[in-house]
Unconditional design. Structure first.
Length: 308
């Protein structure tokens, strides 16, 4: 008699066998690809989200707890008193978060690999494909997490420093510093979107990965900003709120939905950009992968005599 699997096992592992999609099943546009994957393979996306959230759970818990502590600590301080503790408080919260971000980004390597397979119409075995993605590209993702953590640390310090020392005599200078810092962070977030998708798809040096991502960012700046914002909006809305309760709600949303949604939006959009700037010149067989009329992974694999 076949043993019935429990709900937790079914959520994490998924169906034991899931067939690749046929040509007639595939959408013809990137927007259609997003709608199709989100609608027909939401259960798999949900389970992948849970696995990725496990890697970010230490960061989310630390950020909420320490962020609340810092907010309570400085609540009744004058700007001068707050400024005297600024370096220590910044290191306590944001420097300590760097290794947690590195660990979290390592989990993203598994998520983006599995989501790419979903977009390409391939079957996905939740735990094994997630683990395969980590094995293939964990180092690049970890380095991206390291850089993101350092940027997060410096950006918060500069903005807090500027706000606490703002006066009539230096208002223009520090306002400009805050504006430039915010712009730099936004540009990095867009570049990071391209970097995550490239790291999961191509074998590049870390320098080339960052360089390509910056180039893509400025070639498609407005469109990239739009898709990057849309992909992280469910998390960003709550992250920007100062109340600990709302940040906890944001963490819950991320655990059950946001990571998978962001990975899907970014993968669909970035693969379209890569088709124009990379695949059409260097990897023509990969143009339109996952769309109707394009080659399948199996066709490319058979032609090359090995796994891609």
């Amino acid at each position: 008699m076949k043993k019935k699997r429990g709900i937790i096992e079914r959520l994490v592992v998924g169906k034991p066998k899931e067939k690749d999609l046929t040509e007639s099943d595939l959408p013809s546009t990137r927007l259609g690809q997003f709608k199709f994957v989100f609608k027909t393979r939401f259960g798999i996306l949900f389970r992948l989200n849970l696995l990725a959230a496990v890697f970010f759970l230490p960061f989310m818990i630390f950020d909420v707890v320490v962020g609340s502590y810092v907010a309570d600590f400085v609540r009744d301080m004058t700007p001068q008193q707050h400024f005297s503790h600024l370096i220590n408080l910044t290191l306590l919260q944001y420097a300590s978060e760097i290794p947690l971000l590195v660990f979290g980004f390592t989990g993203l390597s598994g998520l983006f690999y599995a989501v790419r397979r979903l977009c390409w119409g391939q079957s996905v075995k939740i735990t094994s494909d997630f683990g395969k993605g980590i094995k293939q590209s964990w180092l690049q993702f970890a380095l991206l997490g390291l850089v993101s953590g350092i940027i997060n640390l410096l950006a918060h310090y500069i903005i807090n420093f500027a706000v606490l020392t703002l006066s009539d005599g230096n208002a223009i200078l520090w306002s400009l510093a805050i504006t430039l810092t915010v712009i730099f962070v936004i540009v990095w977030c867009v570049a990071l979107m391209y970097a995550l998708c490239q790291a999961s798809l191509y074998r590049l040096s870390f320098f080339r990965l960052i360089l390509n991502s910056v180039i893509f960012t400025f070639k498609r700046l407005l469109r990239g900003l739009l898709f990057c914002f849309c992909s992280v909006a469910p998390m960003l809305i709550f992250a920007c709120m100062p109340w600990a309760f709302m940040r906890i709600v944001g963490c819950c949303v991320a655990i059950v939905f946001s990571f998978g949604f962001a990975a899907l939006v970014q993968t669909v959009y970035c693969h379209g950009v890569f088709d124009v700037f990379i695949n059409s010149k260097s990897y023509p067989d990969f143009v339109g992968m996952g769309l109707a009329g394009a080659k399948t992974v199996e066709e490319i694999t058979d032609a090359d005599g090995g796994e891609q």
